[in-house]
Design a binder for this molecule. Structure first.
Ligand code: FAD
Length: 404
C-alpha cells in the first residue's frame, strides 16, 4: 500500500483523495481550518456544481486548453458528478442554461457530499496545515514541509492548490510556485472571469443598474472578439455580471477595447424604429425626455437622452426621422470604453498555471517528476461560468487519484 499525499482540499483535492484511497493510504493536507472554503462561496453561496449539457458541448465553454481536458471530462463526466452527489444523499436540480445546483441552494451541501465520501474512505485529514516547501531528492519528491516545521513523507504527491484568485479562500498560487521549483513551466497567471473597468464617467450614474436580456459584444481594435446574450450589472468602477465575466476572458490589458451593448436585441433596427414610433404616438403631447419610459430602464434614460443629442424638451411629434434613426442606433450600440480588468485577486478563475504540455492528460501525472500529479485550477485550464470550472476540478481530481 502506497502513501499518497494530496495538497489542497478544494473540489479537485477532495475528489483526488477519494479515488486515490481505493488502493492506498491517503493524507489530505489543507491550509485552512475547514474543507472547501472556496467551494462554499461558489455560485453566490449556492454552488453551480456542474452543467447538464451533453459533455461533448463542455469544450465550447472552456477557452483555456479544452483538448487537454478531453480524457478527464469523459472519464468522470457531469452525469458522474450528479450520480456521485445523489449517492451521498445530496439532491441536485437543473436551472437555466443547464446550470446544476443543490436542491437546497446551499453550497455547504456540496461540501457535505464530498466530506461524507472522504469519511467513508478513511482518509486522514490535516487542517490548518499549510504546505510551505516540497522536498525533492533526485527526480522524486520525498516529503512536504508543513507550517515551516514538520515533514510529511509519502510515495506519491498530488498538488491541488487551486489558482491565485480570491486569496482569502486559501488559493494563493502556491502550487504554481512549488511546480516551478520542481522544474515545471508555468503559464503566466492572469485573471479570467473578472469584472471590467470602464473609462466613461457615465458608469458612475448607472451604478447598481442590472440589465437582463441584452447582447454584449467586445471589440479589440474594432475587431469583434466576443458576443453573447444575457445579464450584466453596472458597478462603481465599470461593469460586471455573468456576460461581462465571460467576455473578460478575451481582454488583454494592453489593447484598445470597446464594449457595445445592444439594449434591445430582440428587435432589429426596423422593429425598434416602429416600436419607438408607437411609443411616440402614445406620448404625442409629451416632451422627448418623458417618452421612453416604456422602452428602457429608468436609470439609463437620462444618459440615452443626453447621448441622443435630441433636445430633452422637444415635443415627440417634432422629432425628425433622422433623430429617431440616431436614437435607434444608440439603443442598439450603447458604447463603453474599456480601461482594463479588475485584478487577479477579484477573478472568479485564474487563467494560466502549470503548463499542460508537461502533464499526461489521461493520468494527470507530471511528465517531469516521477511521483507527482496535478489536478484542478493549479493547471493552465479555465472555463466560462456555468458549472464548468468545478466539473474540471472534480474530473481532473478523479483521474489524478485513480491513476496512481
Ligand atoms: C466567487 C467565486 C464563485 C465561483 N462560482 C463557481 C460556480 O458556481 N461554479 C463553478 O464551476 N466554479 C465557480 N468558481 C470557480 C471554482 O470555485 C474553482 O474553479 C474551483 O474551486 C477550483 O477547484 P480547486 O480544487 O482546483 O481549487 P480551490 O477550490 O481553490 O482549492 C484549493 C485548496 O488548496 C488549499 N491550499 C492552497 N495552497 C495550499 C498550501 N500551500 N497548503 C495547503 N493547502 C493549500 C486552499 O486553501 C484551498 O482549499 C467560483 C470561484 C469564485 C472565486
Amino acid at each position: 500500500m502506497s502513501k499518497i499525499v494530496v495538497i489542497g482540499a478544494g473540489p479537485a483535492g477532495m475528489m483526488a483523495a477519494i479515488t486515490a484511497s481505493e488502493n492506498n493510504e491517503v493524507i489530505l493536507i489543507e491550509g485552512n481550518d475547514r474543507l472547501g472554503k472556496k467551494l462554499f462561496i461558489t455560485g453566490k453561496g449556492r454552488c453551480n456544481v456542474t452543467n447538464s449539457k451533453d459533455i461533448s458541448e463542455f469544450f465550447n465553454y472552456i477557452p483555456g486548453n479544452p483538448y487537454f481536458l478531453y480524457s478527464s471530462l469523459y472519464t468522470f463526466t457531469n452525469e458522474d458528478t450528479i450520480n456521485f452527489f445523489e449517492d451521498e444523499g445530496i439532491k441536485l436540480k437543473v436551472e437555466r442554461g443547464g446550470r446544476v445546483f443543490p436542491n437546497s441552494d446551499k453550497s455547504s451541501d456540496i461540501i457535505k457530499g464530498l466530506s461524507k465520501a472522504i469519511t467513508k474512505c478513511n482518509i486522514k485529514i490535516m487542517l490548518n496545515s499549510k504546505v510551505t516547501r516540497i522536498i525533492k531528492n533526485c527526480n522524486k519528491i520525498t516529503g512536504v514541509e508543513i507550517n515551516n516545521s514538520n515533514i510529511i513523507e509519502g510515495d506519491h504527491f498530488i498538488i491541488c492548490t487551486g489558482g491565485a484568485s480570491y486569496p482569502l479562500t486559501g488559493s494563493r498560487g502556491e502550487g504554481q510556485r512549488f511546480a516551478k521549483e520542481l522544474g515545471h513551466k508555468i503559464k503566466e497567471l492572469k485573471p479570467s472571469l473578472v469584472p471590467i473597468e470602464i473609462k466613461d464617467e457615465i458608469v458612475k450614474d448607472l451604478m447598481g443598474l442590472s440589465l437582463r436580456n441584452i447582447e454584449l459584444a467586445i471589440y479589440e481594435n474594432n475587431k469583434k472578439v466576443f458576443k453573447d446574450f444575457g445579464e450584466m450589472l453596472f458597478t462603481h468602477f465599470g461593469i460586471s455580471g455573468p456576460l461581462v465575466l465571460s467576455g473578460s476572458r478575451f481582454i488583454k490589458n494592453n489593447k484598445n477595447y470597446e464594449v457595445i451593448i445592444d439594449l434591445k436585441p430582440a428587435l432589429d433596427i426596423k422593429a425598434l424604429d416602429l416600436r419607438i414610433q408607437k411609443d411616440f404616438k402614445k406620448y404625442i403631447n409629451k416632451d422627448f425626455k418623458n417618452s421612453l419610459d416604456d422602452l428602457l430602464p429608468k436609470k439609463i434614460l437620462p444618459i440615452i437622452i443626453k447621448l441622443s443629442k435630441i433636445n430633452e424638451n422637444k415635443k415627440v411629434n417634432e422629432i425628425t426621422k433622422e433623430e429617431r434613426r440616431n436614437l435607434v442606433h444608440l439603443i442598439k450600440n450603447f458604447k463603453l470604453t474599456v480601461k482594463g480588468l479588475r485584478p487577479l485577486e477579484e477573478a472568479i478563475v485564474t487563467a494560466g498555471g502549470v503548463d499542460t504540455k508537461e502533464i499526461d492528460p489521461s493520468t494527470m501525472r507530471s511528465k517531469i517528476i516521477d511521483n507527482l500529479s496535478f489536478a484542478g485550477e493549479v493547471i493552465d485550464v479555465d472555463a466560462f461560468t456555468g458549472g464548468y470550472n468545478v466539473q474540471i476540478a472534480l474530473s481532473t481530481g478523479y483521474v489524478a487519484g485513480s491513476s496512481i
